[in-house]
Write a protein that binds this ligand. Structure first.
Ligand code: PHE
Ligand code: ZN
Ligand code: ZN
Ligand code: CA
Length: 457
């Protein structure tokens, strides 16, 4: 019965609903890009002030929404161009999901359909994601490419300068170039179908909305080409350019047969008047759908290394892997090791002194938890309740130091005790685990440390 089925809580699966990306906001971005072109000689072409102003506009919006932006400049025969790349600061950095399109126009027009439309759709979806409160499982990255019109230069530059390890983290690249054509078609492309579910996600969305779609072979004519060449799954959407709409296409999509999908393609009439609002609306909604879907996709988790991240944790190899002042790491029998014969014996001088023992470690971002622990044995010639001699346990990350604990002569009783600290907050960071001894001018205190561990699970 329907009533009992809908009442069964176990049948409910939490799936983030696809967003409705605002076409009004998307159009407002196009109006801004048009104003930028109008104020700068009518175009947003490479090397022209309208391009730099376009980058400034998009960057300002993304920055204000909490996206972490970076601008990558490169030179072309028409002057300097740049890519704007933005990352959402959450999600697993080992699984990167990318969406992008080119932001440049040709030299003789404002480029509002080509490719203000794709840029505005990606921008508005990114802003909507930021406002949604979704928690991304994967790392989202959006890109606004420069100099596409000069031969896909920006996306090629990005891929050719990205370190291999970073390229290998990109799970998919979705390209958006022209989605508001005035005589629109609904095309889906995917030049490397092997292992590529993205194309199917695109076509399923159209089908679910009752919108007829067609595959098109775009032969690497846009910015997905550099990703595809590297072997990254790519797909894209496109509402058509200079090609004429056939009569069968006009039958299923409406519009005018025998007329170009975009009669103003690469022309000075590619203005805000050259946009079909329905096509723009559908394209923006589909970009939003893909962003939400891929943000949550399960690519599995990279297993965090388990066991001890510290090298030579019981000091049995002497000072190997540890740095600091020479001397504390010793097999001197004046103080016992907890295990083996070596340990870090800090202090015991009975004179003014400072000693350090430290080791750098990278705590994987994929760890569920991280714990720092060690054994400590303290004996002293001091008495009373004043801390004259101290041992600090610190985590140092560049210029910032946090002190996890401070031990002193007070209460020293020459017995081994294990100390441990939750350092989960340091996931994804490279820190130095540091022991810092300070002894005053008389009466020794010996802090003996052994069997250290920085363990993740
Ligand atoms: N990249 C082409 C341009 O900007 C347009 C295009 C997009 C062509 C997608 C084919 C597929 O001029
Ligand atoms: Zn173009
Ligand atoms: Zn284009
Ligand atoms: Ca030891």
């Amino acid at each position: 019965m329907a009533a009992s089925a809908s009442a069964d809580p176990l049948s409910v699966t939490a799936v983030a609903a696809s967003p409705d990306i605002s076409v009004t906001n998307t159009q407002a971005h196009l109006t801004q890009l048009q104003s930028i072109a109008t104020a700068n000689g009518g175009n947003r072409g490479t090397g022209r002030p309208g391009y730099a102003a376009s980058i400034g506009y998009v960057k300002g919006k993304l920055d204000a929404a909490g996206w972490v932006t970076s601008v990558q400049s490169f030179s072309t025969s028409s002057g300097t161009s740049s890519n704007l790349v933005a990352e959402w600061p959450a999600g697993d950095p080992d699984h990167v999901v990318m969406l992008g399109g080119h932001l440049d126009s040709v030299a003789n027009g404002a480029g509002i359909n080509d490719n203000g439309s794709g840029s505005a759709g990606v921008l508005e979806s990114a802003l909507a994601y930021a406002a949604s409160g979704q928690s991304a499982k994967n790392r989202l990255r959006v890109a606004f490419w420069g100099a596409e019109e000069l031969g896909l230069l920006g996306s090629k530059h990005y891929m050719s300068t990205l370190p291999t390890a970073d390229k290998d983290k990109i799970e998919v690249y979705l390209n958006v170039d022209m989605i508001g054509s005035p005589n629109p078609g609904y095309f889906v492309y995917d030049d490397n179908p092997a292992g590529n579910g993205a194309r199917d996600e695109l076509t399923s969305w159209y089908t679910s909305k009752g919108i007829p779609w067609e595959y098109i072979d775009v032969q690497g004519r846009s910015d997905h080409a550099a990703f595809r060449s590297y072997g990254i799954p790519t797909a894209g959407i496109f509402s058509g350019a200079e090609t004429l709409k056939t009569s069968s296409q006009a039958q299923k999509w409406g519009g005018t047969a025998g007329r170009a999908f975009d009669p103003c393609y690469h022309s000075s009439c590619d203005t805000t008047a050259n946009i079909n609002a329905t096509s723009l609306d559908r394209g923006a909604d589909l970009i939003g759908h893909m962003l939400w879907l891929y943000a949550a996709k399960d690519y599995g988790t990279t297993p965090a290394p388990s066991g001890n991240l510290l090298e030579n944790p019981g000091f049995e190899s002497g000072a190997v892997s540890w740095t600091g002042t020479s001397g504390p790491i010793t097999n001197n029998s004046g103080r016992p090791a907890r295990t083996g014969t070596w340990k870090a014996w800090l202090g015991g001088n009975g004179s003014t002194s400072t000693e350090t023992v430290q080791q750098g470690v990278s705590i994987p971002s994929t760890a569920t938890s991280a714990t720092l622990s060690f054994w400590l044995r303290t004996d002293t010639a001091e008495s009373g309740s004043t801390a004259y001699d101290t041992l600090k346990v610190q985590l140092v990350d560049g210029a910032s130091t946090s002190t996890l604990a401070t031990y002193s002569n007070v209460g020293a009783n020459a017995t081994w005790t294990q100390k441990s600290f939750d350092v989960t907050a340091y996931r994804g960071r490279t820190v130095s685990v540091k022991l810092l001894l300070t002894e005053d001018s008389s009466l020794q205190t010996s802090f003996v440390v052994d069997d250290t561990s920085l363990a993740t699970s």
